[in-house]
Each structure stands twice: as C-alpha cells, then as structure tokens.
Design a protein around this ligand. Structure first.
Ligand SMILES: [Zn+2]
Length: 173
C-alpha cells in the first residue's frame, strides 16, 4: 500500500530533470508519463531537453505545459480549495473504499476547469486509470476509474458535500 502512495500525486519538478536548469515563470515545459504496474512515472523537461530526449522507454503520454511560479497563498478561492484539499487527502490516504469519491472529486474539479485530464491508461486487468493535471500548479493526480453507474454519482455528490462540510468544520476549530 505505502509503496505506491508516492505515485498518486506528483508535483511538477521545479527544474528540468535532464539538464537541471530551474524553470522560470511562463516557461514552456514538457511532461512525460510512463506507466508501470504500480502507477506512473512523471518526468518534466525543458523544451530543448524534450526535443533531444532519447526516449529509451515507451512513453505513454506527454504534453506541453507552461510553468507557473507558485502563487502566494490567498483566501479568495476557499471553496475551490476545499474540494481540492479533500481530493489531495483522499488520494494520499489510498483507501480503496474512497476510489468512487476520489473520482467524483476529480470530475468536479475538471468541470471547474481546475484539473484537466491528461492521460488514460488501461491495465492488463481492464481497469482504467486517469491522470489529471492541476492547471495552475502542474501537480498530477492518479485516479482509478470506479466504473460508476450514473445513479450512483448523485449519491456520491451528496456524500462529498457532507465531507466538505466536515472538513470546513474541523479546519475552523
Ligand atoms: Zn533541460
């Protein structure tokens, strides 16, 4: 269980993982994903290293992004961050019971254009995993498809609302 925890949320590297040069604000950068049975491996590269990358291993997915220097903390987006905080906590906790809720949270954040789906991976057992990227921070989240029926999603959204109310409560104490 703990062995795969580190896979599930991966931050954008602050520097190119090939040449080591630090990314600066608004610099184009490339993210490469490789899947293995436990999850995925993420590599962030600057443009010139991406163009000359040897690609020794098969790359499942890659995309071009823009590095954004982390913004100073603000309270303005409190509501958005509640959903996000809950997603981060549940993804880190790795409790298989939370897989449907993690999925619903990711979809909620995708609708709000906070997350974007970057890759889908189908395992040998037919299970599906999505990699979502946070548009601003560049963090990637590994989300397992719970194969939900539509009528289950309504109930889960209610459960999410309850969880968020609890989170808000415990954070204000
Ligand atoms: Zn580089």
């Amino acid at each position: 269980m703990t062995a795969s925890t580190e896979w599930n949320i991966q931050s954008r590297a602050p520097a190119c993982q090939e040449c080591g040069e630090r990314f600066i604000d608004q610099q184009p950068c490339h993210t490469l994903l490789r899947f293995d049975p436990n999850g995925y491996q993420r590599t962030d590269l600057c443009e010139s290293c991406f163009l000359k990358h040897p690609c020794a291993d098969p790359i499942h997915s890659s995309w071009k992004g823009v590095y954004q220097a982390p913004p100073p903390p603000t309270n303005k987006t409190a509501r958005k961050e509640d959903v996000e905080t809950l997603l981060r906590r549940l993804v880190e906790e790795q409790d298989p019971e939370n897989i449907p809720m993690i999925f619903v949270l990711a979809v909620m954040l995708e609708r709000k254009r906070i997350l974007v789906e970057r890759a889908v991976h189908t395992g040998s057992d037919g299970s599906r995993q999505y990699v979502y990227e946070h548009r601003k921070s560049g963090d990637t989240f590994f989300v397992t498809d719970p194969n939900l029926q539509l009528d289950h999603i309504d109930g889960l959204e209610e459960q999410v609302a309850n969880q968020l109310a609890q989170t808000a409560l415990s954070e204000s104490q």
